[in-house]
Design a protein around this ligand. Structure first.
Ligand code: FES
Ligand code: FES
Length: 217
């Protein structure tokens, strides 16, 4: 996996721009080892990631996830979604972000990075050091759902629910940027998230309702 996501600009949102944004940070990862003579000493298993090079063994990284620091030992190639789902201690594994296409197409793995939605299957976890990662598990406070989550329940914005965590994060990311979106804004905002059950109209209604709730209207 080579690409890194940087999020998407909410006000001119499109599936194309989403994917473009996701691929815009490739350089940082790609420069690792640009020639045998210039290669730094390989890091061994468990070395602390120094921010400049990594591998071939595992490295230790500290990620800020849902407001808490988590130190994980991962391979440099580990994607963010894999780190969240499979590399956390089992009792704290974050499986809300789903892996469906695993190639930046469906949006099931959407999380927020510094408040903006990204495809976590296209991000390397080591490139998220120092960034603010928010997963769907980090939204509700106890039993109290966020406006977005509650609106999806109230408006029947889900059927099988597989796309729902990603949809929640995409809508939340949209509302972080635009508190009073139009229907067109909403459609663009979640254009990178597929719902195979076809619950789109209700998802749109829920997003607009959540915006009203967040504004206190
Ligand atoms: S699993 Fe990441 S976009 Fe589909
Ligand atoms: S509710 Fe089933 S994929 Fe969206």
């Amino acid at each position: 996996m080579k690409n890194e996501g940087q999020g998407r600009e909410r006000t001119r949102f499109s599936r194309r721009s989403f994917i473009k944004g996701v691929g815009s940070g490739v350089a940082g990862a790609a420069v690792i080892g640009s020639g045998a003579a210039a290669l730094p000493k390989p890091q061994g298993d468990g070395d602390l990631f120094d921010g400049t090079h990594a591998g071939p063994g595992t490295v230790r990284v500290t990620l800020t996830i849902n407001g808490k620091n988590e130190t994980l030992e991962i391979e440099p190639r580990t994607t963010l979604v894999s780190a969240l789902r499979d590399r956390m201690p089992p009792e704290r594994a974050l499986t809300g972000a789903k892996v469906s296409c695993d190639r930046g197409t469906c949006g099931a793995c959407t999380v927020l990075l510094d408040g903006k939605p990204v495809y976590s299957c296209l991000l390397l976890a080591i490139d998220c050091v120092g960034r603010r990662i928010t997963t769907v598990e980090g939204l509700a406070e106890g039993e109290r759902l966020t406006a977005v989550q509650q609106a999806l329940v109230d408006h029947d914005g889900l059927m099988c629910g597989y796309c729902t965590p990603g949809v929640v994060m995409a809508i939340q990311g949209l509302l972080n940027e635009k508190s009073d979106p139009t229907l067109e804004d909403v459609k663009r905002g979640i254009s990178g998230n597929f719902c195979r059950c076809g619950a789109y109209n209700r998802i749109f209604e829920a997003a607009l309702a959540a915006a009203r709730t967040e504004k206190g209207a």
